[in-house]
Ligand binder design. Structure first.
Ligand code: NG6
Ligand code: CA
Length: 525
């Protein structure tokens, strides 16, 4: 059934190609390319050489940019992972839903079966859909049994195939799941996970710091796996545990298997990579490659992996039939729980480029991320776009690309940005809401859930809504003050000169506008 549908889709696309001159197609693309979203984890605006990094060299990503459009005004939906991915996949701002903060590794599935998603939409359009890499959107319905069938998960929200980590590199369980089962699990050695209390008798980082590759802070000092202490406790599943140094090659292998097997029909691959998230333990062949220690080395590893995937697409003869979108789930951070010398070895490198702060922050460094789109013959090549776009727009934009109508009550914040995403117009969004939400933890236990901090971008203006939440987290200024703030990003990209007192009327207008976007329950027209 699926293959008939896909073949028909291809035939239709082929007929279109024959009838319409290429240039007209480029203006309103209606063909069905393969789609790959490469989503880095904590990669900053300033971390790529095509975005101005001097000490770090990222030739493979730079090549993507040279053959595509590079966005300088693109945003991740949030300044942390879970909410960004939620918005990317659902087309709804994450702050509209409860529970959309950084999740522990044993959290229940946040996106519920039946909810409309990006892979669901593409599946309806005849695409094979897969996720390889970081999930971090919760699994199961409460207490996950890691030794049985794990559901709901990616397969219940639109993906045909999944090969993924439950949460983050630094959270237990440190195992991979293929579809619904933990990979390489020995039933005689069952996995148990707990985020509150120690399970089993394996050493923790707190008890045995001498066994660690690098020390973790108290939150990252629970069960030791592969010489790295994690957040949370686990026991069992020895044969299923990943080796950090080998993980990226393993994920690349699965990404390649996925695209190779589906090369003859349109596919969507969400390749959710880990770099440069903590713990940073690159493959030995990248150790020392950046001169910046493990953080820089994992960025070199990321770049190499992107190059290897692109080479494979070329080898398969599908590189030019594949729309590649590369971006990051949130801004950068140097110290994020492990003493890995990221701070000491950064030198003059500015991971957020010209922007303030980074991951966790409502300032631009939190969500202003690199974004590159490549599809030769369709996406403008070697172009730098200033269009304001957000990953929440992926759903409506790709729906427009593949000719799927969106029901009115789904993807409520997703704008059709297809033409700007193709580099063919600088008219992006007129406004976008930026977001951050912290989980406040004590040890591995969630002590409280930080309030949501929202900001509104409208043209050059940036309005940050006043809040009494914490001001600093791991050295990144979160950006909250009890009062509203207003910045002009054209003249003050670093958000240093708060104009709210000088411009109370504009501040109030933007505050009211943000309130309205919130109260309306949607922002898509
Ligand atoms: C935080 C962790 C941090 C990182 C982050 C998730 C602490 C103190 N810090 O809670 O190390 O794992 O969660 O990062 O526990 S994200 O990119 O997935 O959002
Ligand atoms: Ca992240």
């Amino acid at each position: 059934m699926k293959s008939i549908l896909s073949r028909r889709a291809l035939l239709l696309a082929g007929a279109g190609l024959a009838a319409v001159p290429r240039i007209a197609l480029a203006a309103a693309p209606r063909t069905r390319p393969n789609i790959i979203v490469i989503y880095a984890d904590d990669l900053g605006y300033g971390d790529l050489s095509c975005y101005g990094a001097k000490a770090l060299k990222t030739p493979n990503v730079d090549r993507l940019a040279a053959h595509g459009t590079r966005f300088v005004n693109a945003h991740s939906p949030s300044a942390t992972c879970t909410p960004s991915r939620y918005a990317l996949l659902t087309g709804d701002y994450a702050w509209r839903a409860s529970g959309t903060q950084i999740l522990p590794g044993d959290a229940p599935a946040l996106i519920r079966p039946g909810q409309f998603t990006l892979p669901h939409m593409l599946k309806q359009a005849g695409y094979a859909t897969g996720v390889v890499g970081k999930w971090h959107l919760g699994l199961g319905d409460g207490k996950v049994d890691w030794n049985g069938e794990i559901a709901p998960g990616p397969l219940d929200v639109g993906f045909d195939y999944g090969y993924f980590m439950p949460a983050t590199l630094d959270r237990v369980p440190t195992v991979l799941i293929e579809n619904r089962r933990v990979v390489n699990l020995d039933p005689a050695d069952p996995i148990r996970v707990d985020y509150k209390a120690k399970v089993g008798d394996e050493p923790t980082g707190a008890e045995h710091p001498e066994r660690l590759k690098f020390r973790g802070d108290p939150e990252h000092s629970n069960t030791i796996v592969n010489g790295i202490s994690r957040i949370g406790y686990m026991t069992g599943g020895q044969s299923a545990r990943w080796t950090d140094e080998e993980l990226t090659d393993r994920l690349l292998g699965k990404a390649i298997d996925f695209v190779s097997a589906r090369r003859d029909n349109p596919f969507f691959l969400y390749f959710a990579m880990n770099e440069p998230h903590v713990p940073r333990a690159p493959h030995p062949r990248f150790v020392g490659a950046s001169g910046m220690g493990p953080r820089g080395d994992t960025i070199v590893q990321f770049d190499w992996t992107v190059g290897a995937l692109m080479d494979k697409l070329a080898e398969l003869g599908i590189a030019d039939d594949t729309l590649v979108i590369l971006s990051s789930d949130n801004g950068p951070i140097l110290f994020d729980g492990y003493a890995d010398q990221a701070v000491e070895l950064a030198g003059d490198h500015k991971p957020s480029g010209p922007y303030s702060s980074g991951k966790y922050s409502i300032y631009e460094g939190g969500t202003r991320v690199p974004m590159i789109v490549r599809w030769p013959g369709h996406v403008r090549e070697g172009h730098v776009s200033e269009a304001l776009v957000d990953h929440v727009d992926m759903l409506a934009s790709l729906a427009a690309l593949v000719g799927q109508a969106l029901p009115q009550d789904v993807a409520v914040d997703s704008f059709d940005m297809l033409v700007p995403l193709m580099g063919r117009s600088e008219r992006g969004r007129e406004h976008v809401v930026e977001d951050t939400k912290l989980m406040v933890t004590t040890g591995s236990t969630v002590a409280s859930s930080g309030a949501r901090i929202l900001a509104l971008r409208a043209g050059d203006w940036k309005f940050i809504r006043g809040s009494v939440e914490p001001h600093e987290f791991h050295g990144n200024a979160i950006g909250t003050l009890p009062r509203h703030q207003l910045y002009n990003l054209a003249s003050d990209p670093g958000e240093r000169d708060d104009l709210s007192a000088k411009m109370p009327e504009l501040t109030a207008r933007l505050a009211a506008r943000l309130d309205k976007i919130e109260k309306d329950g949607r922002s898509r027209p």
